[in-house]
Design a protein around this ligand. Structure first.
Ligand code: URA
Length: 486
């Protein structure tokens, strides 16, 4: 005998949560439940399926908040199997597998994380690709705009607050086949009903096209990367997309034209940089940490040493189980000669403190050991290291790993990830994952704390902060697991 749990297919979490709670309280195992995603069409019910029992007020064993966070995102996915997957995970957690979410290789966990990733990606694409068109408004009323978007998942409710903040001073409606959102200056309304495409085209479309053709740089064209950023499925609703084929077709001849026009004289400081760069002999790396640090202090392997105050080498216990790898020293680190003492470091310390991770047990270092910046007035503005600089500095990082022999390495941000793996992948693809490294070592990837510092929007900042804490909690668990098996 099975039970039928019919859940409206929308991104709403509460209906699934109520049903799951009732089933759990009645002790009904996952294999006895047929989860049915009702999508407004015909719903398939077995003749003899039982309705789920009414939930009593009895207690339900609590589950980790991280699971509730994950479940609320997974529910937004359009995969009809999501309800069953989450109930199975819930069941396993209350029946002895409380640490389930830490089992990164577990099939259910991996499947749920993949759903989370595609929901996040879809939401991100929505914030980037919604295009408003102006429609008539009554005399004296605020200007009105409508947009049509076709998300893969039920993400309207979770992205609507972004549009409310960003387009607060106009009335707007975003219609999608998976629900709509509207804002009238006072109230944000979100509905789950499917909408149909509104008819609207205005001169903003031309503006988008002008803007796009102006920012398009043929010399930087990478068709694959561009299509990954702006997948073709979105093109039909993007006014600027119709320009893309021509811009690609003309790119080669435009680049040739640009090259023919360009001056080829090297910049005045080119020679100095070049000589300091190529003159540097590759040192033989020292075998003890102090000597290696002293050697790194005189590093001239790449031009970054020309302007930085000093090499900022790693610090922490020489036998630490965990090594934290950041990007490069910032302004304050460059002056102090120590990693992670500026704003990003302070934020990292706050996060670590909040979840009980003791920085004194960590070896903290950077992928690149010199501060790269651009002077602007009295300020030194951080510049991302390029792949060549990362490559040169990898040499020191590899030696640090060799000497410290950490069991777990945490990459903070994309630069650290590239330096540690040699792979260039979007951070969103690897964030939160535990990967295997040579030497029976695990690599955990998360964002760089300076990413959190740069988020202007308070709610998003808060959300990302919580995600970051979750990542550091995962680090703590991995660290405990790594040291427990000794
Ligand atoms: N950012 C980093 O990646 N490392 C530091 O040491 C400071 C800021």
């Amino acid at each position: 005998m099975t039970y039928a749990a019919v859940i409206e297919s929308s991104g709403a979490f509460q209906p699934w949560r109520d049903a799951a709670r009732a089933l759990l309280q009645a002790g009904i195992a996952p294999e006895k439940v047929d989860w049915i995603a009702a999508d407004g069409l015909e719903t398939r019910l077995e003749f003899d399926a039982l309705p789920i029992p009414a939930g009593g007020g009895g207690p339900v064993t609590s589950v980790p908040p991280a699971f509730l966070d994950l479940a609320a995102t997974v529910i937004c996915h359009s995969d009809p199997g999501r309800f069953a997957l989450l109930y199975r995970m819930l069941w396993r957690q209350v029946n002895g597998e409380r640490a389930l979410l830490q089992l990164h290789a577990d099939q259910d966990v991996a499947a749920a994380r993949a759903l989370v990733k595609s929901v996040r990606r879809d939401a991100h694409k929505m914030t980037a690709f919604v295009r408003f068109r102006e429609v008539d408004a009554p005399e004296g009323a605020r200007r009105r705009f409508v947009a049509w978007f076709e998300p893969d998942h039920f993400i309207v409710a979770r992205t609507a607050p972004f549009f409310q903040r960003r387009f607060n001073d106009m009335d707007w409606l975003i219609a999608t086949p998976k629900g709509s959102a509207s804002w009238n200056g006072e109230k944000l309304t979100v509905t789950a009903e499917a909408a149909s495409r509104p008819e609207a085209e205005d001169e903003t479309d031309d503006l988008w096209r002008t803007y796009y053709s102006n920012i398009f740089n043929p010399a930087r064209l990478k068709v694959k990367a561009m299509q990954a950023e702006m997948p073709k499925k979105y093109w039909k609703n993007l006014p600027e997309a119709r320009l893309i084929p021509d811009l690609i077709a003309e790119a080669e001849s435009r680049v040739a034209e640009m090259a023919a026009r360009q001056a080829t004289m090297p910049l005045p400081f080119h020679d100095r940089l070049q000589s300091s760069f190529s003159a540097a002999p590759m040192p033989v790396p020292a075998d003890d940490w102090e000597a290696l640090r002293a050697q790194a202090a005189g590093c001239t392997l790449c031009p970054l040493h020309c302007h930085a105050t000093q090499t900022v080498f790693g610090e922490g216990p020489r036998d630490a189980d965990v090594m934290i790898v950041g990007e490069q020293p910032g302004d304050q680190e460059d002056l102090a000669g120590r990693p992670f003492v500026g704003p990003a470091g302070k934020l990292f310390d706050r996060a670590a403190g909040e979840i009980g991770l003791d920085r004194r047990r960590l070896y903290v270092t950077n992928a690149v050991k010199h501060f790269k910046y651009e002077p602007r007035g009295k300020r030194r503005i951080h510049q991302k290291p390029n792949i060549g600089e990362i490559e040169h500095c990898r040499w020191w990082l590899a030696k640090e790993i060799d000497l410290v022999q950490p069991k777990l390495i945490v990459a903070l941000g994309a630069t650290a990830y590239v330096a540690l793996t040699g792979e260039r992948r979007p951070l969103s693809e690897v964030r939160g994952q535990t990967l295997a490294m040579a030497g029976d070592r695990a690599l955990f990837v998360t964002v760089h704390p300076s990413y959190l510092l740069r988020i202007p929007d308070e709610r998003r900042k808060e959300m990302e902060w919580r995600n970051f804490l979750d990542d550091l909690r995962a680090v703590t668990r991995l660290m405990q697991a790594a040291t427990a098996v000794e």
